[in-house]
Design a binder for this molecule. Structure first.
Ligand SMILES: [Fe+2]
Ligand SMILES: [Fe+2]
Length: 215
């Protein structure tokens, strides 16, 4: 399959999921939340994501032979740490402890599953293409919503500047490197895996942050 068709194919489920989220905003977007306690819980959960993303980008450096991708991964590891600092400061400013948080089982599963991906293209597809595209879409929804308070939007305005390229750069890399049947198949599976796990994480976060479930 040529790389243009392939990219369209793998982006289809990601875009469909974003459309679904437009009309069903999850707690992750902060839009349906009603109290600062709920908002702090979601921010703590998202802080954990920033740190795990930094871990993964950093961990993968040594096993990424493609120099252009390695360079972006190193930058991304740093950026995710900056995001973690912004969020932890915001939580502290509100008088809460940023790391008083136990990751949700689905969230642990999502990152551990990605950590198990061994091919550069699978990693880019799972963490960046599928994950960051959905996450950035949800940040845009959050920033546009009148239901989200300004203190939440503030750190995400800075985060969104960094994340701007995180949607298009993975597309370029996959066009460049996912050119064999084998790699394309791995990428398809990595995107599908991430979508399954992301859905479950978002659903768990809905229940837990709004007090409907222990997790
Ligand atoms: Fe981030
Ligand atoms: Fe990111």
């Amino acid at each position: 399959m040529n790389s243009e068709e392939f990219l369209t194919e793998i982006l289809t489920p990601v875009r469909e999921f974003c459309q679904f989220l437009d009309t069903n905003p999850p707690a992750y977007s902060y839009i349906p939340l009603h109290s600062d306690d709920e908002r702090i819980r979601v921010m703590q959960s998202r802080l954990f994501n920033e740190l795990r993303a930094a871990d993964l980008f950093g961990t993968w450096l040594k096993t990424t032979p493609e120099l252009d991708i390695k360079a972006i991964m190193a930058e991304s590891a740093h950026e995710e740490m900056v995001h973690a600092q912004l969020l932890s400061k915001r939580i502290r400013d509100l008088g809460a402890e940023p790391f008083d948080y136990k990751p949700l089982p689905a969230q642990i599963a999502m990152f551990n599953a990605m950590e198990g991906l061994n091919d550069t293209c699978e990693r880019i597809a799972g963490l960046s293409l599928a994950g960051e595209t959905v996450a950035n879409h949800l940040i845009q929804m959050c920033l546009k919503s009148p239901d989200v308070p300004e203190w939440i939007k503030q750190p995400y305005r800075k985060i969104t500047e960094d994340e701007e390229g995180h949607g298009s750069v993975p597309q370029l890399f996959l066009k460049r490197y996912a050119t064999t049947e084998d790699r394309q198949d791995r990428v398809r599976r990595a995107v599908a895996m991430r979508m399954v796990l992301f859905r479950e994480y978002l659903a768990s976060l809905d229940r837990w942050s709004m007090g409907k479930d222990r997790w």
